[in-house]
Design a protein around this ligand. Structure first.
Ligand code: SF4
Ligand code: SF4
Length: 460
């Protein structure tokens, strides 16, 4: 490891008084990008030093270290197995439906899994499309488990019956997260599949009867956030291991549906509702996780992260640290929420996963990356603009995220709010994004009626 350059340390370190005492520098590639620290002895006061490669470095008195919860050691991969899907959900961020032009073969997936295992990954999460649309889906589960990896799968479960659930269980599937989006009516309108709601619940029952741990995931948008209480009452009685709730990002097919987009100021009502649901479920010992893009640091933060983080607050975007994603055509990104065409560090068809992993960007670990409102934020040294994928979708680049409760509250105190104004489609990726102008405006006096009328109409 090359010596730490004093200037770089001074520029990149910030102080988190209550959590950090001594930290170890784990990576320094002659630039501040990718500097990661790990807490060694919480509680000791060593503000003026960091432990660097076995040596103490004295820093200016106002400088100390930011701690990362995300050590840069591969622990898990998210594997997009296919874009084939048996539904055509209106908000699908991947625009899944048809098979992609050149999806990874069984042998190529086996090679990816072997490399990930060699790098120390002990978990693989299979996403799609629908993994079970591949003829070799059970073989993929078996390959992962034979390599000693825990295998999980995300599915909407339309075709899953008792026989398929048993096959997955016998191959070693450890757990599954089934997508349910709200009440029956809401789910059906979002999934555009007759009986899609009942079939999702059937899949949950089939996996549970087979002995696979079953969870649920829900994407919150403007059409279903009011369903969360009803959905909680349904899920509470189902014996699930967890429920993950994230915000819908306007990309993929969701980019085509402005009526579903949450406005940044909608978080003023969505986040308290979500916090209430989490508290309700916690009383029944049912773990509900706010997803990475449910932001951040408002009065409900410790409730939102109650089950997700030992710190009970976000530690920023983990993309490219302990997790990488491989898409169905072999592109490697730091997170499956990032568009591989725009963000890939390489392709497993051209070089080894370990070499690509070294180049995968870790935007949530770059201290100077925040800009716009986030650059002025009290929490920026930890949060760094939150979810990279959301920030890119809404503002065009990482480090400035309008989907933030703290931000919406701060603006509301000044009588302001932010509104997404669609400028048109961006065609710079496989999924399709909307180019937005994030408009800061005065809060209309009759905000209840204005909320609907200020939604963007259609875009071209
Ligand atoms: S304003 Fe930005 S940096 Fe601050 S908490 Fe919100 S997303 Fe994070
Ligand atoms: S891009 Fe968003 S979803 Fe992906 S790791 Fe970062 S915070 Fe999590």
């Amino acid at each position: 490891m090359p010596p730490l350059r004093r200037g770089a340390a001074e520029r990149t370190c910030t102080f988190v008084a209550e959590r950090v005492a001594v930290a170890r520098l784990t990576r320094d590639k002659d630039s501040h990008r990718g500097l990661l620290f790990r807490t060694l002895h919480p509680g000791r006061d060593v503000r003026r030093r960091i432990l660097k490669d076995g040596h103490y470095v004295v820093l200016p008195s106002k400088t100390s270290v930011a701690v990362s919860e995300h050590p840069r050691k591969l622990q898990a991969i998210t594997l997009e197995t296919t874009l084939r899907c048996d539904q055509s959900c209106v908000f699908c961020g991947s625009r899944a439906g048809k098979e992609a032009r050149s999806e990874l073969s069984t042998a190529e997936i086996a090679h990816v899994l072997e490399q990930a295992g060699d790098m120390g990954a002990n978990e693989v999460e299979l996403v799609g499309g629908e993994t079970y649309m591949r003829d070799d889906w059970v073989d993929i589960i078996r390959m992962a488990t034979q390599l000693g990896m825990t295998c999980a799968m995300v599915t909407a479960g339309r075709a899953i019956d008792d026989r398929m659930a048993t096959m997955a269980r016998d191959a070693g599937l450890d757990r599954v997260s089934v997508s349910i989006d709200g009440t029956r009516e809401t789910h059906q309108s979002l999934r555009r599949t007759p009986e899609g709601y009942e079939l999702g619940l059937r899949a949950m029952n089939a996996f549970r009867n087979a002995g696979v741990a079953v969870g649920c995931n829900t994407q919150v948008n403007a059409s279903n956030w009011e369903n969360l209480n009803d959905l909680a009452e349904l899920l509470l009685g189902m014996g699930l291991y967890a429920w993950q709730i994230q915000l819908m990002i306007p990309m993929g097919r969701a980019a085509d549906r402005p009526e579903l987009w949450l406005q940044p100021y909608d978080l003023l009502k969505v986040i308290p509702r979500l916090a209430g649901v989490i508290e309700r479920c916690a009383r029944s010992r049912f773990a509900v996780y706010a997803g990475d893009n449910v932001g951040y640091f408002g009065p409900h933060e410790s409730t939102l992260r109650r089950f997700a983080s030992t710190h009970r607050h976000t530690m920023g975007c983990a993309a490219g640290t302990s997790v990488v994603a491989v898409d169905c055509e072999g592109r490697v990104t730091g997170c499956s929420a990032l568009d591989g065409v725009c963000s890939a560090a390489g392709n497993v068809r051209e070089e080894g996963l370990a070499a690509i992993y070294e180049r995968v960007e870790t935007p949530g670990q770059v201290p100077d990356s925040v800009w716009g409102f986030c650059a002025t934020c009290y929490y920026a040294s930890i949060c760094r603009g939150g979810c990279t994928s959301t920030a890119i979708a809404l503002t065009g680049r990482a480090g400035n995220n309008p989907y933030c409760h703290h931000r919406a509250l701060e603006l509301a105190r000044e009588g302001k709010r932010e509104r997404l104004s669609a400028l048109g489609m961006r065609r710079d990726g496989a999924r399709g994004h909307v180019a937005f102008d994030v408009v800061t405006e005065s809060v209309p006096t009759a905000i209840g009626s204005d909320t609907e009328s200020s939604r963007p109409a259609s875009i071209s």
